[in-house]
Write a protein that binds this ligand. Structure first.
Ligand code: ADP
Length: 590
């Protein structure tokens, strides 16, 4: 995979290089075509200029050939006046026509008169018989030549015509008249051009150019015959013509004039290079754009794929979540059902407990009633026996007529029966199952409970110390039940001190903050640790069967809790146990 990717990148790089190179080549070839076209247009403008410049003076030597001053001077070369006239005529015409020079040669090629006769480098006296134009003119034809002037060393275009001695064409030729035209002005217009412009002769020798170092160099190597010819005609003043090297292969050419000249233009190579580079750069930019577009589309596709993948993942997660929610809901539903059934069971159990508790309370009461029966019987028997005795005595006193004693006995009978009524009144409450809540004066409850057990305490020779304090403490509750609790506690205390040497039970009522506190302490052996943990458990007892049911504290505790109170037990430092009953006091004014 990785190798494949590298190969692909390599292939893309090769392609890119190919495209860039191709663009470069296409750019250069196009530029060359453009430049060639431009060059041709330029040459088409330049060539007629040169042509017209050469043509302009074509007729001048021909016309001069019929000039009488020339004919006369050639007829009389030794006539100084004729020569002087010739010179001045030639100078005037040269200045008017604005040509380089005009000069006249005799048949031997010797210059007899010239427009520059008065200049240091004047042609007069010079022989130009070696020049081809002289030869042509001497034969009655127009001679044309381009070369470097041997005396002035200035290059020029020479046009020569024969001079006819009889003043009519076709007659004997007495001499030759030549006009030298400078091409310097023409060449000067090339200088501003960036392109190399060249004028070469028939042999390919450059004689005019805006590149000075190209002048008198040949475009192709010269053959021997041409070299000899050049030496003979002194065309380029004997300069050695060496072939040009390193000239650009891009050029346009046009033949001009009658000497087989070539006007050539070599467009600047830098433009070709620039065009090539521009094309290559365009290709690079295009490729970069393409690569960027490709990359962007790749990125977009990837992002799309990622988005699709994440959407799919999201959908999957959603489905999973839905499944989980359904599953969880199901679980919760079953848990709820479990809880509901458990709650129902709990309610049932609670109901059962409540009824059981009520039954237990009732049972406890009955048990206690049974236990108390002995004491109560004894308690009732006493006044009953007293009543009988007082009644019997009263009858005797009545028979004896002792009215006062009778009245005394009746008083005692009344007292005893009142006492019996009180005892019975106390017992009435135990039979009732429920008592409406009301205000309970704790001092009264304490006194009533103590009263019920008074005879039992006495029988067992146990001292009961009662202290109800001075506060009138009131609680909300059921007086019968409170008394049931107190009797229970007092009886336990009584049992606890039974075998003790010092038999003392104390019941105290006091206020403790917002609560009423009833403390029942005894001088027994206290509560052993193993018993303390199970003290309030139903049916827990350490007493022999028949004596204890183990229900007393359990029932008492539940009664107290039902009244928002507390029942606690602990051993006293001085020995013996102390039970504390705490009940919330009624609010003042309630
Ligand atoms: P019962 O008196 O029928 O045994 P209770 O519930 O009233 O049932 O008492 C449970 C047990 O608590 C008693 O058997 C006894 O061992 C212990 N107990 C109760 N009161 C005292 C006390 N004042 N001193 C020592 N132990 C006590």
């Amino acid at each position: 995979m990785r190798a494949k990717k590298s190969l692909l990148i390599l292939f893309a790089l090769i392609c890119a290089v190919g495209v860039i190179a191709g663009s470069y080549l296409a750019g250069t070839s196009r530029a060359r075509d453009d430049l060639r076209l431009q060059g041709q247009r330029q040459l088409q403008l330049m060539a007629p200029d040169l042509q017209s410049l050469l043509q302009k003076y074509e007729t001048l030597p021909f016309v001069l050939g019929f000039q009488p001053d020339l004919i006369e001077a050639l007829a009389y070369p030794s006539d100084a006046r004729a020569i002087s006239r010739l010179n001045s005529t030639l100078k005037t015409i040269q200045q008017q026509a604005n040509v380089g020079a005009i000069y006249v040669m005799d048949r031997d090629g010797l210059t007899i008169g010239a427009s520059n006769w008065d200049l240091p480098l004047g042609f007069v006296g010079k022989n130009f018989s070696y020049r081809p134009y002289f030869d042509a003119a001497l034969r009655g034809r127009a001679g044309r030549f381009y070369g470097i002037g041997t005396s002035t060393t200035e290059a020029g275009y020479f046009i020569a015509q024969p001079v006819y001695g009889n003043g009519s064409a076709g007659g004997p030729v007495t001499g030759v008249v030549a006009v030298k035209i400078s091409l310097a002005d023409f060449e000067r217009t090339w200088r501003s051009s960036d392109d190399a412009i060249v004028l070469a002769d028939r042999s390919g020798v450059i004689f005019l150019s805006n590149r000075p170092d190209w002048i008198y160099r040949s475009l192709t190597p010269l053959d021997a015959a041409t070299e000899r010819q050049l030496a003979h005609t002194q065309q380029y003043m004997g300069k050695t013509v060496t072939p040009l090297s390193g000239q650009p292969d891009l050029f346009v050419t046009q033949s001009v004039g009658q000497l087989g000249w070539q006007l050539m233009l070599f467009p600047g190579q830098s433009r070709v290079l620039r065009a090539g580079l521009q094309w290559a750069l365009a290709a690079v930019l295009l490729l970069a754009c393409a690569a960027l577009a490709g990359w962007a589309s790749h990125q977009r596709r990837r992002r799309l794929e990622e988005r699709l993948a994440s959407r799919a993942a999201l959908q999957k997660a959603e489905l999973e979540l839905n499944d989980k929610i359904v599953e969880r809901t199901q679980q919760l539903r079953t848990t709820n059902q479990h809880l509901e059934s458990k709650y129902a069971k709990l309610q049932e159990t609670e109901h059962l407990l409540r009824s059981t508790q009520n039954e237990l309370v009732q049972a406890g009461k009955l048990a206690m009633l049974g236990q108390m029966a002995t004491g109560i019987t004894h308690e009732l028997n006493q006044p009953l026996a007293a009543i009988r005795a007082f009644a019997d005595n009263a009858r005797v006193f009545l028979e004896r007529g002792q009215g006062e004693q009778v009245a005394g006995n009746l008083g005692h009978i009344s007292e005893a029966s009142a006492r019996m009524g009180a005892i019975i009144g106390q017992l009435k409450g135990f039979a009732r199952k429920d008592e409406a809540l009301g205000t309970v004066e704790l001092a009264a409850s304490v006194r009533a409970s103590a009263f019920l057990l008074e005879s039992e305490f006495r029988r067992h020779a146990v001292t009961l110390d009662i202290d109800v304090g001075v506060d009138n403490l009131k609680v909300t509750g059921d007086s019968v039940r409170i008394e049931q609790v107190l009797i229970n506690l007092l009886r336990n205390a009584l049992d606890a001190v039974e075998g003790a040497e010092r038999r003392l039970v104390a019941i105290h009522l006091a206020r403790d903050g917002d609560s009423a506190l009833v403390g029942i302490s005894d001088s027994g052996e206290g509560i052993p640790a193993r018993v303390a943990a199970h003290l309030f458990e139903p049916f827990f007892t350490t007493k022999p069967s028949g004596k204890g049911l183990g229900l007393g504290l359990a029932i008492s505790s539940s009664i107290v809790q039902a009244m928002n109170g507390q029942l606690t037990a602990h051993n006293q430092t001085g020995g013996g146990a102390r039970f504390e009953l705490r009940l919330p006091l009624q609010h003042q004014g309630a």
